[in-house]
Design a protein around this ligand. Structure first.
Ligand code: FPP
Length: 244
């Protein structure tokens, strides 16, 4: 889309979550191996991340790898890990450009199971992009919302066990503060492509009031126009947060 003629909106979500789904089917429909779908999906991720930043969205969270995705064939998992490596190297190579654009990158999820070299690169990328944050780009890797909530509950239970907190004093905010998304605004809009109508263990606590938008388009085919369509739908929704 032409940068000089970007669409404008009466209201923009502050935080958009995106479940990048449909890569496998995209590849299959072309007679290609599944990993080719992920390569194309990673391109879409870059394109939509950049576009959203240009539109002025402050916070994005992309679901890149779930805690359940380890059960895929090893060669597919390896291909996805390689895509992370490639992207992380690119973040280093484009350090100056990203700083100028004010892009901050963060990873959400349990890093312990991720190959060590990737863990190091993640830490490094977070460090080199932490200066500015016009756009906060979160990438959920080995992320599972139930596990995230469980860890938060365990941490609070530990405080109770130690006598530093009373169970009845636990607040919603305290649990929010123990999630990977602590200090981020809750997602206002969650986009799921590929014709599936579920959250699949993505930001379950945080999405309590999120608007959901679905499309049949597979993630590798997802365009800037599709993103605009989701934002237009959001613009026309009336968010009441349980009020009238
Ligand atoms: C779901 O599609 C997608 C994934 C499990 C992987 C998503 C990963 C990427 C797009 C690469 C991300 C890269 C970077 C740099 C962040 P699926 O395989 O479940 O599709 P299907 O439902 O059609 O089989």
């Amino acid at each position: 889309m032409d940068k000089a003629n970007l669409p404008t909106f009466s209201v923009l979500p502050r935080h958009v979550g995106i479940i990048m789904d449909g890569n496998g089917r995209w590849a299959k429909s072309r007679g290609l191996p599944r990993y080719k779908g992920h390569i194309e999906g990673a391109r879409t991720f870059r394109k939509i991340g950049e576009f959203a930043g240009d539109l002025g969205i402050e916070c994005l969270t992309f679901y890149a790898f779930s805690t359940e995705n380890w059960s895929r064939p090893p060669e597919e998992v390896a291909a996805i890990m390689d895509l992370f490596r490639e992207y992380l190297r690119e973040l280093d190579a484009r350090k100056a450009e990203n700083e100028e654009k004010g892009i901050q990158v963060r990873f959400l999820g349990d890093r312990r199971a991720i190959p060590k070299d990737i863990q190091r690169m993640m830490q490094y990328s977070e460090r080199i992009t932490r200066k500015k944050h016009r756009v906060l780009l979160n990438i959920a890797v080995n992320y599972g919302s139930r596990q995230e909530i469980l860890h938060g509950v365990q941490a609070l239970a530990h405080e109770v066990e130690k006598g530093r907190l009373r169970a009845k004093d636990i607040t919603e905010q305290m649990l929010s503060d123990h999630l990977y998304t602590a200090a981020l605004p809750d997602p206002d809009l969650i986009i799921r492509p590929s014709g599936e109508y579920r959250l699949s263990n993505f930001l379950l606590w945080q999405a309590a009031y999120a608007e959901l938008w679905f499309t049949d388009t597979l993630w590798p085919d997802f365009t800037e126009e599709d993103f605009v369509e989701a934002l237009r739908a959001y613009e026309h929704r009336n968010r009441r947060f349980g009020g009238v």
